[in-house]
Write a protein that binds this ligand. Sequence first.
Ligand code: AMP
Length: 172
Amino acid sequence: MEEVKALIRDIPDFPKPGIIFKDITPVLSNGKVFKKLTDRLRDRYQDKKIDVVLGIEARGFIFGASLAYALGAGLAIVRKPGKLPYQTFQESYELEYGVDSIEIHKDAILEGQRILIIDDVLATGGTASAAVKLVRNNFQVDIVETVFLIELCFLNGKEKLGDTDVFSLITY
Ligand code: AMP
């Protein structure tokens, strides 16, 4: 994964002062590395009988779609409010200032399915823990793991995910 790490670009003070944004677009535009990364995740999960990969808006859609394809699994999406056209379940979570929420279609996953939740970056864990709650509160399914390309360990996001298994390809 050193090749992936070498391509991740730090953008200081984006989108606001004090944040070092991990820009993964150079990973996506390198076909060989993007394929290796997808194959690495496929190898980890191919024997785990994953039914649906659940991608978190927006970069989770990209890695979720490539992994779902590689596993022959379905793709479900968790989106910001007002984006999904059909009936939804919602979950709210706290931001540094204020609250935000995420939504999923009521029929996005089915009872008994085995789910992987994926996003590009685990930072404070607010988004991912809201996604876990959204799934747990509304569906009788098995969350096999939550998976991230990048984990910012110094923000302790894992703690918010409680007993959910977490796997991160690259840690800082
Ligand atoms: P959090 O809820 O704090 O764990 O933030 C996770 C979400 O925000 C993910 O969807 C990430 O894409 C995005 N994010 C948070 N911090 C960063 C960062 N330093 N670089 C890139 N994306 C980030």
